[in-house]
Design a protein around this ligand. Structure first.
Ligand code: GLU
Length: 290
Protein backbone atom coordinates (compact mmCIF):
# COMPACT_ATOMS: atom_id res chain seq x y z
CA UNK A 1 0.00 0.00 0.00
CA UNK A 2 1.35 3.39 -0.92
CA UNK A 3 0.81 6.70 0.82
CA UNK A 4 -2.59 8.23 1.16
CA UNK A 5 -3.40 11.52 -0.51
CA UNK A 6 -5.18 14.38 1.21
CA UNK A 7 -8.53 13.95 -0.48
CA UNK A 8 -10.18 11.16 1.47
CA UNK A 9 -12.31 13.55 3.53
CA UNK A 10 -14.13 15.23 0.70
CA UNK A 11 -15.99 12.18 -0.55
CA UNK A 12 -19.11 12.45 1.54
CA UNK A 13 -19.74 16.12 0.92
CA UNK A 14 -19.40 15.66 -2.79
CA UNK A 15 -21.46 12.52 -2.95
CA UNK A 16 -24.33 14.40 -1.30
CA UNK A 17 -24.25 16.85 -4.18
CA UNK A 18 -23.97 14.19 -6.85
CA UNK A 19 -26.25 11.34 -6.01
CA UNK A 20 -27.01 8.95 -8.81
CA UNK A 21 -30.70 9.27 -9.49
CA UNK A 22 -30.84 6.05 -11.49
CA UNK A 23 -32.73 7.28 -14.52
CA UNK A 24 -31.71 8.44 -17.94
CA UNK A 25 -31.26 12.00 -19.16
CA UNK A 26 -33.28 13.33 -22.03
CA UNK A 27 -31.08 11.82 -24.70
CA UNK A 28 -28.53 14.62 -24.82
CA UNK A 29 -30.04 16.57 -27.70
CA UNK A 30 -28.40 19.79 -26.58
CA UNK A 31 -29.33 23.22 -25.28
CA UNK A 32 -28.94 25.31 -28.49
CA UNK A 33 -27.35 28.46 -27.04
CA UNK A 34 -28.18 31.60 -29.00
CA UNK A 35 -25.45 32.36 -31.54
CA UNK A 36 -24.19 35.98 -31.36
CA UNK A 37 -24.47 38.03 -34.52
CA UNK A 38 -22.12 40.81 -35.67
CA UNK A 39 -19.45 39.97 -33.11
CA UNK A 40 -16.52 42.42 -32.77
CA UNK A 41 -13.15 41.44 -31.39
CA UNK A 42 -9.84 43.23 -31.22
CA UNK A 43 -7.72 42.55 -34.27
CA UNK A 44 -4.98 40.01 -33.73
CA UNK A 45 -6.82 38.06 -31.02
CA UNK A 46 -7.75 34.39 -31.28
CA UNK A 47 -11.38 35.45 -30.92
CA UNK A 48 -11.12 37.71 -33.98
CA UNK A 49 -9.39 34.98 -35.99
CA UNK A 50 -12.00 32.34 -35.11
CA UNK A 51 -14.94 34.70 -35.68
CA UNK A 52 -13.48 35.68 -39.05
CA UNK A 53 -12.99 32.02 -40.01
CA UNK A 54 -16.51 31.19 -38.84
CA UNK A 55 -15.49 27.85 -37.37
CA UNK A 56 -13.68 26.39 -34.37
CA UNK A 57 -12.02 23.02 -33.84
CA UNK A 58 -12.90 21.42 -30.52
CA UNK A 59 -11.31 18.37 -28.95
CA UNK A 60 -13.66 16.28 -26.85
CA UNK A 61 -14.29 12.70 -25.79
CA UNK A 62 -16.30 10.44 -28.09
CA UNK A 63 -16.89 7.49 -25.74
CA UNK A 64 -18.18 9.11 -22.55
CA UNK A 65 -21.98 9.09 -22.22
CA UNK A 66 -23.40 12.24 -20.56
CA UNK A 67 -20.27 14.37 -21.21
CA UNK A 68 -19.05 13.50 -24.72
CA UNK A 69 -20.42 10.60 -26.75
CA UNK A 70 -20.36 10.47 -30.55
CA UNK A 71 -23.65 9.57 -32.20
CA UNK A 72 -24.02 7.45 -35.34
CA UNK A 73 -23.14 10.43 -37.58
CA UNK A 74 -19.98 11.12 -35.56
CA UNK A 75 -21.32 14.28 -33.88
CA UNK A 76 -20.73 14.14 -30.14
CA UNK A 77 -23.32 14.97 -27.48
CA UNK A 78 -22.97 15.71 -23.78
CA UNK A 79 -22.27 18.38 -21.20
CA UNK A 80 -18.72 19.07 -22.45
CA UNK A 81 -20.11 19.40 -25.96
CA UNK A 82 -22.68 21.95 -24.77
CA UNK A 83 -20.00 23.97 -22.95
CA UNK A 84 -18.06 24.12 -26.24
CA UNK A 85 -21.21 25.20 -28.09
CA UNK A 86 -21.73 28.06 -25.59
CA UNK A 87 -18.16 29.27 -26.22
CA UNK A 88 -18.54 28.94 -30.01
CA UNK A 89 -21.90 30.78 -29.96
CA UNK A 90 -20.25 33.70 -28.17
CA UNK A 91 -17.76 33.83 -31.05
CA UNK A 92 -20.64 33.96 -33.52
CA UNK A 93 -20.08 30.34 -34.54
CA UNK A 94 -23.11 28.06 -34.90
CA UNK A 95 -22.94 24.44 -33.64
CA UNK A 96 -22.88 23.07 -37.22
CA UNK A 97 -19.66 25.03 -37.81
CA UNK A 98 -17.81 23.36 -34.97
CA UNK A 99 -15.28 20.77 -36.14
CA UNK A 100 -15.28 18.03 -33.52
CA UNK A 101 -12.07 16.07 -33.02
CA UNK A 102 -11.86 13.06 -30.75
CA UNK A 103 -9.28 13.55 -28.03
CA UNK A 104 -8.35 10.79 -25.61
CA UNK A 105 -6.79 11.57 -22.25
CA UNK A 106 -3.16 11.34 -23.30
CA UNK A 107 -3.30 13.44 -26.48
CA UNK A 108 -5.11 16.50 -25.12
CA UNK A 109 -2.00 18.61 -24.35
CA UNK A 110 -0.20 17.75 -27.63
CA UNK A 111 -3.32 18.45 -29.69
CA UNK A 112 -3.57 21.91 -28.10
CA UNK A 113 0.16 22.58 -28.32
CA UNK A 114 0.48 21.72 -31.99
CA UNK A 115 -2.74 23.54 -32.96
CA UNK A 116 -4.75 20.48 -34.05
CA UNK A 117 -7.56 21.86 -31.90
CA UNK A 118 -8.43 25.39 -30.76
CA UNK A 119 -9.81 24.25 -27.42
CA UNK A 120 -10.28 20.99 -25.53
CA UNK A 121 -13.45 20.42 -23.49
CA UNK A 122 -13.07 16.81 -22.41
CA UNK A 123 -13.51 16.00 -18.71
CA UNK A 124 -10.14 17.72 -18.45
CA UNK A 125 -8.81 18.27 -14.93
CA UNK A 126 -7.02 21.56 -14.31
CA UNK A 127 -3.67 20.86 -12.66
CA UNK A 128 -0.21 22.39 -12.35
CA UNK A 129 1.59 19.79 -14.50
CA UNK A 130 -0.73 20.45 -17.43
CA UNK A 131 -0.50 24.21 -16.84
CA UNK A 132 3.22 23.94 -17.61
CA UNK A 133 2.36 23.34 -21.27
CA UNK A 134 -1.19 24.64 -21.84
CA UNK A 135 -3.62 27.01 -20.11
CA UNK A 136 -7.07 26.40 -18.67
CA UNK A 137 -10.21 28.50 -18.44
CA UNK A 138 -12.75 27.42 -15.84
CA UNK A 139 -13.47 25.32 -13.93
CA UNK A 140 -17.00 24.78 -15.21
CA UNK A 141 -17.60 21.62 -13.15
CA UNK A 142 -15.90 19.69 -10.32
CA UNK A 143 -15.92 15.88 -10.44
CA UNK A 144 -14.29 13.36 -8.09
CA UNK A 145 -12.51 10.05 -8.67
CA UNK A 146 -14.29 6.85 -7.69
CA UNK A 147 -14.72 3.22 -8.81
CA UNK A 148 -17.08 1.35 -11.13
CA UNK A 149 -17.54 -2.31 -10.15
CA UNK A 150 -19.73 -5.23 -11.26
CA UNK A 151 -23.28 -4.98 -9.86
CA UNK A 152 -23.33 -6.33 -6.31
CA UNK A 153 -19.70 -5.23 -5.83
CA UNK A 154 -18.27 -8.76 -5.36
CA UNK A 155 -14.88 -7.50 -4.14
CA UNK A 156 -16.42 -5.06 -1.65
CA UNK A 157 -14.50 -2.11 -3.13
CA UNK A 158 -15.07 1.27 -1.44
CA UNK A 159 -14.11 4.81 -2.43
CA UNK A 160 -11.11 4.55 -0.11
CA UNK A 161 -8.22 3.39 -2.33
CA UNK A 162 -6.30 2.29 0.78
CA UNK A 163 -8.80 -0.59 0.99
CA UNK A 164 -8.22 -1.99 -2.48
CA UNK A 165 -6.41 -5.06 -1.20
CA UNK A 166 -5.47 -7.34 -4.11
CA UNK A 167 -7.98 -5.77 -6.53
CA UNK A 168 -6.77 -4.94 -10.05
CA UNK A 169 -8.03 -1.63 -11.41
CA UNK A 170 -8.34 -0.48 -14.99
CA UNK A 171 -7.90 3.16 -16.01
CA UNK A 172 -6.69 5.36 -18.86
CA UNK A 173 -3.14 6.29 -19.80
CA UNK A 174 -2.25 9.94 -19.26
CA UNK A 175 -5.22 10.72 -17.01
CA UNK A 176 -5.17 12.11 -13.51
CA UNK A 177 -7.10 8.93 -12.64
CA UNK A 178 -4.00 6.88 -13.49
CA UNK A 179 -1.66 9.22 -11.65
CA UNK A 180 -3.87 9.25 -8.56
CA UNK A 181 -4.47 5.49 -8.33
CA UNK A 182 -0.77 4.68 -8.76
CA UNK A 183 -0.25 6.42 -5.41
CA UNK A 184 -2.02 3.44 -3.85
CA UNK A 185 -1.45 0.33 -5.94
CA UNK A 186 0.68 -1.19 -8.69
CA UNK A 187 -2.15 -3.51 -9.84
CA UNK A 188 -3.20 -1.17 -12.62
CA UNK A 189 -4.17 -1.98 -16.22
CA UNK A 190 -4.14 1.01 -18.57
CA UNK A 191 -6.01 1.48 -21.84
CA UNK A 192 -6.66 4.45 -24.18
CA UNK A 193 -10.34 5.10 -23.37
CA UNK A 194 -12.51 4.38 -20.35
CA UNK A 195 -14.95 2.31 -22.40
CA UNK A 196 -12.02 -0.05 -23.10
CA UNK A 197 -12.05 -1.00 -19.39
CA UNK A 198 -15.48 -2.61 -19.65
CA UNK A 199 -14.33 -5.86 -21.29
CA UNK A 200 -11.44 -6.44 -18.84
CA UNK A 201 -13.98 -6.14 -16.00
CA UNK A 202 -16.40 -8.51 -17.74
CA UNK A 203 -13.64 -11.06 -18.27
CA UNK A 204 -12.36 -10.76 -14.69
CA UNK A 205 -9.00 -9.36 -15.79
CA UNK A 206 -9.81 -6.22 -13.79
CA UNK A 207 -12.00 -5.83 -10.70
CA UNK A 208 -12.85 -2.16 -11.10
CA UNK A 209 -12.56 0.86 -13.34
CA UNK A 210 -11.36 4.03 -11.69
CA UNK A 211 -11.91 7.55 -12.95
CA UNK A 212 -14.19 10.54 -12.38
CA UNK A 213 -17.64 9.75 -10.98
CA UNK A 214 -19.46 11.40 -13.88
CA UNK A 215 -17.69 9.23 -16.47
CA UNK A 216 -18.48 6.15 -14.39
CA UNK A 217 -22.13 7.22 -14.07
CA UNK A 218 -22.37 7.49 -17.85
CA UNK A 219 -20.89 4.03 -18.36
CA UNK A 220 -23.28 2.51 -15.80
CA UNK A 221 -26.19 4.17 -17.60
CA UNK A 222 -24.99 2.83 -20.94
CA UNK A 223 -24.68 -0.75 -19.70
CA UNK A 224 -28.02 -1.41 -18.03
CA UNK A 225 -27.75 -2.93 -14.58
CA UNK A 226 -24.45 -4.65 -15.20
CA UNK A 227 -22.29 -2.26 -13.14
CA UNK A 228 -22.52 0.19 -10.25
CA UNK A 229 -20.48 3.10 -8.93
CA UNK A 230 -19.34 2.95 -5.31
CA UNK A 231 -20.39 5.85 -3.06
CA UNK A 232 -17.94 8.68 -2.42
CA UNK A 233 -14.79 10.11 -3.98
CA UNK A 234 -11.13 10.33 -3.11
CA UNK A 235 -10.03 13.25 -5.30
CA UNK A 236 -11.34 16.55 -6.57
CA UNK A 237 -11.24 17.06 -10.37
CA UNK A 238 -12.00 20.60 -11.50
CA UNK A 239 -12.82 20.51 -15.22
CA UNK A 240 -11.32 23.25 -17.37
CA UNK A 241 -11.29 24.30 -21.01
CA UNK A 242 -7.79 23.70 -22.38
CA UNK A 243 -6.25 26.29 -24.71
CA UNK A 244 -2.82 27.36 -25.96
CA UNK A 245 -0.47 28.49 -23.23
CA UNK A 246 -0.05 32.24 -22.98
CA UNK A 247 -3.24 33.18 -24.86
CA UNK A 248 -4.49 35.28 -21.95
CA UNK A 249 -7.09 37.22 -23.96
CA UNK A 250 -8.72 34.02 -25.16
CA UNK A 251 -8.60 32.58 -21.65
CA UNK A 252 -10.27 35.72 -20.26
CA UNK A 253 -12.88 35.55 -23.00
CA UNK A 254 -13.72 31.91 -22.18
CA UNK A 255 -13.80 32.68 -18.45
CA UNK A 256 -16.13 35.64 -19.08
CA UNK A 257 -18.34 33.42 -21.24
CA UNK A 258 -18.49 30.69 -18.60
CA UNK A 259 -19.38 33.19 -15.87
CA UNK A 260 -22.09 34.75 -18.02
CA UNK A 261 -23.50 31.29 -18.74
CA UNK A 262 -23.73 30.59 -14.98
CA UNK A 263 -25.79 33.75 -14.55
CA UNK A 264 -28.15 33.57 -17.51
CA UNK A 265 -29.13 29.91 -17.39
CA UNK A 266 -27.14 28.61 -20.37
CA UNK A 267 -24.90 26.49 -18.14
CA UNK A 268 -27.92 25.02 -16.35
CA UNK A 269 -29.62 24.31 -19.69
CA UNK A 270 -26.48 22.59 -20.86
CA UNK A 271 -26.59 20.33 -17.81
CA UNK A 272 -30.32 19.64 -17.98
CA UNK A 273 -30.27 18.77 -21.67
CA UNK A 274 -27.43 16.27 -21.33
CA UNK A 275 -26.77 14.88 -17.87
CA UNK A 276 -30.32 15.71 -16.79
CA UNK A 277 -31.60 13.49 -14.01
CA UNK A 278 -28.64 11.12 -14.10
CA UNK A 279 -26.88 13.23 -11.47
CA UNK A 280 -28.17 15.87 -9.08
CA UNK A 281 -27.85 19.36 -10.54
CA UNK A 282 -24.60 20.88 -9.19
CA UNK A 283 -23.83 24.53 -8.44
CA UNK A 284 -21.48 26.12 -10.98
CA UNK A 285 -17.98 26.40 -9.51
CA UNK A 286 -16.08 29.68 -9.17
CA UNK A 287 -13.90 30.44 -12.17
CA UNK A 288 -10.19 30.51 -11.30
CA UNK A 289 -8.48 33.40 -13.12
CA UNK A 290 -4.97 32.37 -12.13
N1 GLU B 1 -10.47 14.29 -15.29
C1 GLU B 1 -9.39 13.39 -15.36
C2 GLU B 1 -8.32 13.83 -16.33
O1 GLU B 1 -8.40 14.89 -16.86
C3 GLU B 1 -9.86 11.99 -15.70
C4 GLU B 1 -10.82 11.92 -16.84
C5 GLU B 1 -10.16 11.90 -18.20
O2 GLU B 1 -9.16 11.18 -18.38
O3 GLU B 1 -10.65 12.59 -19.08
O4 GLU B 1 -7.36 13.17 -16.58
Amino acid sequence: MKHKKAFAGIGLAMSAALVLAGCSGDGGGGSDPEVQEDVQFEEGTTMAALAEKGSITVGTKFDQPLFGLAGPDGTPEGFDVEIAKIIAAELGIAPENIDWVETVSQNREPFIQDGQVDIVVATYTINDDRKEVIDFAGPYYVAGQSFLVPAGNPKGITSDPEQLGDATVCTVTGSTSEENIREYTDSVITVDKYSDCIEPIRSGQADALTTDNVILAGLVDQNGDEFEVVDGFFTEEPYGVGLQKGDDEFRDFINDTLEASYEDGRWENAWQSTVGDNLTMPEPPEVDRY
